[in-house]
Design a protein around this ligand. Structure first.
Ligand SMILES: Cc1cc2nc3c(=O)[nH]c(=O)nc-3n(C[C@H](O)[C@H](O)[C@H](O)COP(=O)(O)OP(=O)(O)OC[C@H]3O[C@@H](n4cnc5c(N)ncnc54)[C@H](O)[C@@H]3O)c2cc1C
Length: 257
């Protein structure tokens, strides 16, 4: 069984670039916490199926390749990265097109996504990729297992829990806290440096028209960015055994109790 996990290296501090009105991606990047949970979920499914493999897939800048190493250190078998200046400025359409093209070639049984990354935050990509590949989607999964050619997941809904099944191949979008990622040993960290990171680009693995990716292929435009006004004064209650009393007094003063 082949499991592909789509992961996005995100800036460690999200700053907006006022000239381009985009997220500034020039600083250090790392895997989003939700994507580490997605990798852990994939590893657990792999470890319960003989001969299975986990591949990380990212559309990202060449400078971000090393941020995938922690995912390889905790056990992913290899990584495939789509990179190149042609992809810069890709909105949901271009991003989903490039990832779907790479995923089609990898032919996974299960394509795993995090719910929502900390920079794009649209929580739409898994649905868009699934639509392009005509695959069923199981979203908001808080647990998942694969057996007899099907993925079964428990979904966190506002009113309770759903248990949903889909035939493989399928897309699984996990909720944030599904599976705490394991810690790599020193040997795993060193071993990750030797794992393959295959690079695909426009015309080399991603054979789509240039005008359908990057800024050229984007059908949304960011018109402006602005900072939100700072929050009002905060009151921090330090608990020295009487926090409940202080909290009640605080609420009572404001006629909230
Ligand atoms: C006009 C415009 C320009 C943009 N330009 C850029 C840009 O230059 N660079 C950029 O990084 N983003 C850019 N974005 C943001 C980008 O389009 C979205 O982050 C992307 O489409 C993901 O969709 P999402 O927000 O629904 O998914 P998210 O909520 O961001 O992520 C959900 C899950 O999808 C997966 N995922 C998300 N992104 C990737 C990825 N790139 N590779 C693999 N897996 C992924 C992860 O599993 C993640 O947990 C731009 C957006 C707009 C509107």
């Amino acid at each position: 069984m082949r499991i592909v996990v789509c992961v996005k290296p995100v800036p460690l501090t999200v700053e907006l670039d006022r000239t381009t009105a985009r997220v500034d991606r020039t600083g250090p990047v790392g895997l989003a916490a939700v994507d580490e949970h997605a990798i852990e979920t994939a590893l657990r499914i792999r470890d319960s199926s003989e001969g299975a493999e986990v591949i990380l897939l990212a559309l990202t800048a060449a400078t971000a390749f090393d941020s995938l190493r922690p995912g390889l250190a905790i056990g992913a078998d290899r990584a495939v990265v789509i990179a190149g200046p042609e992809f810069e400025g890709s909105d949901l359409l271009g991003t989903s097109l490039a990832l779907a093209e790479a995923a089609r070639a990898l032919a996974p049984d299960l394509l795993v996504f995090g719910a929502s990354s900390s920079d794009g935050n649209g929580a739409m990509l898994w649905a868009a990729v699934a639509a392009r590949l005509d695959l069923p989607v199981v979203s908001r999964a808080i647990s998942a297992e694969v057996a007899r050619g099907r993925v079964t997941a428990t979904r966190q809904m506002e009113f309770g829990l759903d248990v949903v099944e889909a035939d493989l191949p399928a897309v699984l979008a996990i909720s944030g806290e599904i599976a705490a990622p394991r810690y790599p040993s020193f040997r795993d960290v060193i071993g990750a440096k030797k794992k393959t990171v295959e690079v695909l680009g426009l015309g080399s693995g991603i054979d789509v028209p240039a005008e359908r990716v990057g800024a050229a292929g984007s059908r949304t435009t960011v018109l402006g960015i602005r900072e939100t006004s700072p929050r009002g004064t905060r009151t921090i209650i330090r608990d020295e055994g009487d926090a409940h009393v202080q909290l009640a007094a605080f609420l009572r003063e404001r006629r909230l109790l």
